[in-house]
Ligand binder design. Structure first.
Ligand SMILES: [Zn+2]
Length: 457
């Protein structure tokens, strides 16, 4: 069914290309079902001759040859990067996504909602402790617009810049009043915020700009403004990693579509980095799009001569709520959102030279009113760290944790779930005790004793 859908789609595109004028108005064609899937770009559409639209090259196995030979700059597996990938927290991301998508009715580029959303992102950038955060303001199309820029300065090469970005604006068939844009592109936006949260407290050799871009849906205006600034201010901009639609996945197909510019060695290096990050640090399967990138902000940076790449869900063009009012948070697949974000964050951290020691937890989990403390399940919820079980005396440990904040949860059959906030410090073991009460017991749902941090030997 899917394949025939894709064949039909190719034929539709072919017909449209043959019959239509080359320029489409940005939103006029929307009346329920979109005529062309553009990832938001009214003036761009997928060329009908692109081989990835054909049945064979959209088949993951058939495209496997895109994976291996191009990996020129693969590096040995790193525990640090694995810990970074595991630390991505989908719970926090969904909370951010609700704030910008569920609470705000539309983020159409010129709307009041977009202003509120940019304010939210700025406050998150400030809150996670980036070195700098500001609105990058400009005028276009009669509106005053703003990108949100957060900066983490490099310790060794502060002039070298990597950008991790996603567009924050949204659209729909009723964009003025209702465009939740959870997948497109609330998902990529909260990916940028999550990358900032993870990397802000750590050291990187090079500088990272975290940018939520405006007005992608009307023609990459926000990206154009940043790229022009990069030109004029002579930024040493070494790579742009763009996330656009990273939280949707259908079973049985690949998950990550990596897209760049195969004739640009800088872009190919970024494609390699993303491919390698996904394969080494997540279980995402990867499809490398063999043609030039199109339809999102990476194109604009590429046109200005900067190496750029796009991470997008493989199934983006099967998403039936694409550019519609039903593009809500309930459609987001949290594991996909977490792993896609992990991939792009790992790639960015690797490029920028992340440096930190890891930390760990040593704890005791205790069933109150019971001598049996074994088999209590402990997990850092929302993350990719594997759950552990307490031993006979209730002891447990979780090693190789990225410094930062976590929520630890303890569960056991017949007992109330207990939760505890845990801070992991580089090179330290955080010691905690967490106690569970019987479900029938009266009193607090989350009883737990104190936590303390002790240095490693
Ligand atoms: Zn988009």
């Amino acid at each position: 069914m899917k394949k025939s859908h894709r064949v039909a789609w190719s034929l539709t595109l072919l017909l449209i290309a043959l019959l239509a004028t080359p320029v489409f108005q940005a939103h006029d064609e929307w009346d329920g079902i979109p005529l062309i899937r553009t990832r938001g770009r009214g003036l761009r559409f997928r060329p009908p001759s692109v081989p990835s639209d054909s049945e064979s090259s959209r088949d993951f196995r058939a495209s496997a040859h895109h994976l291996n030979p191009a990996l020129r700059n693969d590096l040995p597996r790193s525990q640090l990067l694995q810990s970074l990938a595991n630390a991505v927290n989908s719970n926090g991301m969904i909370s951010d996504l609700n704030a910008i998508s569920t609470v705000i009715p539309t983020r159409y580029f010129s709307s009041a909602g977009m202003k509120t959303a940019t304010q939210y992102v700025l406050s998150r950038f400030v809150g996670v402790g980036l070195d700098d955060a500001y609105f990058d303001t400009f005028s276009e199309g009669g509106s005053s617009l703003r990108n949100v820029v957060g900066i983490k300065r490099g310790s060794q090469y502060p002039g070298r810049i990597y950008i991790i970005c996603g567009h924050l604006d949204s659209t729909s068939n009723r964009f003025e009043t209702e465009a939740p844009g959870a997948e497109d592109n609330g998902s990529g936006s909260v990916g940028v915020v999550e990358a900032a949260r993870l990397l802000a407290p750590l050291q990187t050799q090079s500088t990272i700009y975290f940018i939520c871009l405006t007005a992608e849906e009307v023609g990459d205006w926000g990206a154009e403004h940043i790229a022009q600034r990069a030109d004029q201010e002579k930024w040493d901009l070494r790579g742009v990693l763009n996330m656009d639609m990273i939280g949707y996945d259908e079973a049985g197909t690949p998950q990550l579509w990596v897209e760049g510019f195969p004739k640009d060695p800088g872009s190919v290096a970024l494609m390699d980095r993303l491919t390698s990050a996904a394969r080494m640090y997540t279980d995402l399967s990867v499809y490398r799009y063999p043609e030039d990138g199109w339809g999102s902000d990476h194109v604009t940076f590429h046109e200005h001569g900067y190496p750029a790449v796009l991470a997008i869900d493989y199934d983006w063009d099967h998403y039936t709520c694409y550019h519609r009012t039903c593009d809500t948070v309930s459609n987001i697949v949290t594991s996909q959102l977490r792993k896609m974000t992990a991939t792009v964050t790992v790639a960015t951290a690797q490029l920028a030279g992340l440096q930190t020691a890891l930390g760990s937890i040593a704890g005791i989990a205790d069933r109150i009113d019971s001598p049996k403390d074994a088999g209590i399940r402990i997990e850092l919820i929302g993350t990719g760290y594997a759950p552990v079980s307490s031993s006979t005396k209730g002891a447990f440990s979780i090693r190789n944790l990225l410094p930062g904040r976590y929520q630890l949860q303890a569960t056991a059959t017949g007992y109330r779930t207990a939760m505890k906030k845990v801070t992991i410090v580089a090179g330290h073991t955080t010691r905690i005790t967490i106690s569970l009460t019987r479900k029938s017991a009266s009193g607090s749902n989350e009883r737990s004793r104190g936590s303390e941090e002790l240095p490693n030997d």
